[in-house]
Design a protein around this ligand. Structure first.
Ligand SMILES: C[S@@+](CC[C@H](N)C(=O)[O-])C[C@H]1O[C@@H](n2cnc3c(N)ncnc32)[C@H](O)[C@@H]1O
Length: 351
């Protein structure tokens, strides 16, 4: 088979693989590619060197013919052209995440909350102004627009029944959106090869699934106190075969000291505010500050630690615990990027 035909066949095979099997196929291809590309760079260097020396070095040391090296180098050039493979992997990962979101949408009511979340539901109802929960992982802006057009959702509410006076509804999301997840793994966090990530309050599992697809973290742990959401995450882990690197623990984070102590990255997206009362929030934060102590490890929070702790009574001394790292929120050039949402993401290094 000609190389170009082979290349097309590989890309077609990837595109034709069912969504549930894609993550493992791509992981295997990516890892194989890393090793192969190392070997090729090395052979490339040998070739360039040996070409200058009439191929004698390559022939003497490696016992391979100059003709072989020339052909191999041509293959290498073609192979280098397969940078579209990386692009393909990334866009396929987006497709896998969108597939997971679709699976989850089909298993959840539109507000993506379970009746078992008594405290969270109560808190939403106690909010001074009308507020609706729209999960950003499940519903992007275009999706919300189409639901509004179908009359299944509204962006505004009537302030005086029967009148045309309306006000914008406050939207809250209990998950990161796809854009925020990509920002997190591609621009906020460093290379996670061999690292342990803990998502405190993993809910739908969005942070875990994205971590599986967009990073090389060795283990991704989700700790979630709601059993219904744990069951949902387990279903996705099994269906998409994430079991080798993702583990979900159904527990209160305040029982997981040793896990927090070994974590290299801890993610906390709006974990406590809508789910615990003030006293419980303060206790949970004290526990986090006591146990996320590994020097040099990273803590990602939404909103900032300062904002989360400002409404609570705690003894946490931020300046002795963490150092905030500067983030570049301008990495995305597209017009429809929700910069405000990205700016809520904060990164800290543990001192
Ligand atoms: C806003 S969601 C975060 C979702 C997810 N991490 C993400 O970013 O997409 C917060 C989750 O934390 C969970 N949670 C709140 N307090 C917790 C605690 N003390 N221990 C474990 N989970 C908790 C809630 O049940 C909720 O599902």
């Amino acid at each position: 088979m000609e190389l170009e035909a082979a290349r097309r066949a590989v890309l077609a095979a990837v595109r034709g693989t069912c969504a549930a099997d894609l993550p493992r196929l791509l992981h295997w291809m990516r890892n194989t590619r890393k090793k192969l590309s190392l070997l090729m760079s090395w052979l490339d260097a040998v070739y360039l060197f040996s070409e200058k020396r009439s191929c004698t070095l390559g022939i003497c040391i490696f016992g391979i013919s100059s003709q072989f090296l020339i052909v191999f180098s041509q293959v290498l050039m073609q192979y280098k052209a397969i940078d579209d493979f990386d692009e393909l992997v990334v866009s396929n990962n987006d497709v896998v995440l969108k597939n997971i979101a679709e699976d989850l949408r089909n298993r959840l009511p539109i507000e993506a909350m379970f009746n078992s979340e008594h405290q969270a539901i109560q808190k939403i109802h106690q909010h001074p102004l009308p507020m609706i929960h729209v999960d950003a992982f499940l519903y992007d802006d275009d999706f919300v627009d189409s639901l509004c057009e179908e009359g299944k959702m509204s962006r505004s509410y009537c302030t005086e029944c029967g009148s045309y006076k309306t006000a914008s509804l406050e939207f809250i999301s209990h998950s990161f959106s796809l854009m925020e997840l990509k920002f997190l793994y591609q621009h906020v966090l460093p290379d996670l090869t061999g690292k342990v990530v803990v998502d405190v309050g993993s809910r739908l599992g969005a942070v875990l699934f994205a971590g599986y697809l967009y990073s090389s973290a060795s283990q991704l742990y989700g700790v979630e106190m709601n059993a219904d959401f744990c069951q949902l995450q387990e279903m996705m882990i099994t269906k998409y075969q994430f079991i080798d690197r993702i583990k979900v623990i159904n527990a209160d984070i305040c029982t997981q000291a040793s896990l927090l102590q070994k974590a290299d990255v801890v993610v906390m997206n709006n974990v406590f505010e809508y789910f615990l009362d003030r006293q419980e929030q303060a206790r949970a934060w004290e526990f986090i500050a006591c146990n996320v102590r590994k020097r040099g490890s990273l803590l990602v929070t939404v909103p900032s630690l300062k904002e989360s702790l400002s409404k609570l009574q705690t003894d946490i001394q931020l300046s002795q615990w963490v150092e905030e790292m500067e983030l570049n929120y301008d990495v995305y050039m597209e017009k429809d990027v929700d910069r405000e949402a990205l700016e809520q993401i904060h990164l800290y290094k543990i001192l």
